[in-house]
Design a protein around this ligand. Structure first.
Ligand SMILES: O=C(CO)COP(=O)(O)O
Length: 230
């Protein structure tokens, strides 16, 4: 199975927006072409259109960072899944630590996304909630300890047991979901360890988005992920 490098742009300024958002998209396309690794980009809502145009025709997938648990209609400022589908994204991140949702809403959003043909990447803070969310059958689950997010101290090195426990707890209730991890991932070595510990890839933000050269970081991560699965 192909490893996955998912890039959450978050809303870093100026890194996540405008020309910088496009640069990361071009870099991701290059990494996909050169390695064949599955690359997922989750830009801010405002950048979805141009990022999608930039990666068109390549294997790079574009996800939204969030969807609101609302029906389309008089819901000013909210983003229903239907709107994301119309924007052309391939999938959506749900329940990121910085944008949490109630379990009932995660369930309803996963069901709706599936009906509309969108993939779901649901996040969890600890292995136990990862397993609870696994019962809802998202396509992917990323367990990210919040205390390590944005620190540059990787879950792979600081809390490898979070990864191994996530894999065993999630697999006890769901055999299919692709399991990712994240938080503090900055190097190829972090990715190598995450995959060796049983995941199929990583969800990364600052280590790529704020890097001087996002291409070389992504490429190194992709090559290490491939080395770990071989
Ligand atoms: O929250 C994250 C990805 O969704 C992880 O963030 P960092 O990669 O910046 O630690």
């Amino acid at each position: 199975m192909k490893p996955i490098i998912a890039v959450n742009y978050k809303a870093y300024y100026p890194y996540s927006f405008g020309e910088n958002a496009l640069r990361i998209a071009r870099d991701a396309k290059r990494v996909w072409e050169e390695t064949g690794v599955e690359v997922i980009l989750a830009p801010p809502f405002t950048e979805i259109y141009r990022v999608l145009k930039e990666v068109e025709g390549s294997g790079v997938k574009v996800f939204a960072q969030h969807a609101d648990p609302v029906e389309p209609g008089a819901v000013t400022g909210y983003i229903p899944v239907e709107g994301l589908k119309e924007a052309g994204v391939h999938g959506v991140i749900l329940n990121h630590s910085e944008h949490r949702l109630k379990i009932a809403d995660i369930n309803a959003l996963i069901i709706k996304a599936r009906r509309l043909g969108l993939k779901t990447l649901a996040c969890a803070d600890v292995p136990e909630t990862g397993a609870a969310i696994a019962l809802l059958k998202p396509d992917m689950i990323a367990v990210e300890p919040p205390e390590l997010i944005g620190t540059g101290v990787s879950v792979s090195k600081a809390k490898p047991e979070v990864i191994t426990n996530s894999v065993s707890m999630i697999r006890s209730v769901n055999k299919e979901a692709l399991i990712l991890t994240g938080a503090g991932i900055t190097t190829g070595e972090d990715v190598y360890q995450a995959v060796k510990l049983g995941t199929i890839g990583v969800l990364v933000a600052s280590g790529i988005v704020k890097a001087k050269d996002p291409y070389s970081v992504m490429k190194d991560m992709a090559l290490n992920a491939l080395k770990a699965v071989s």
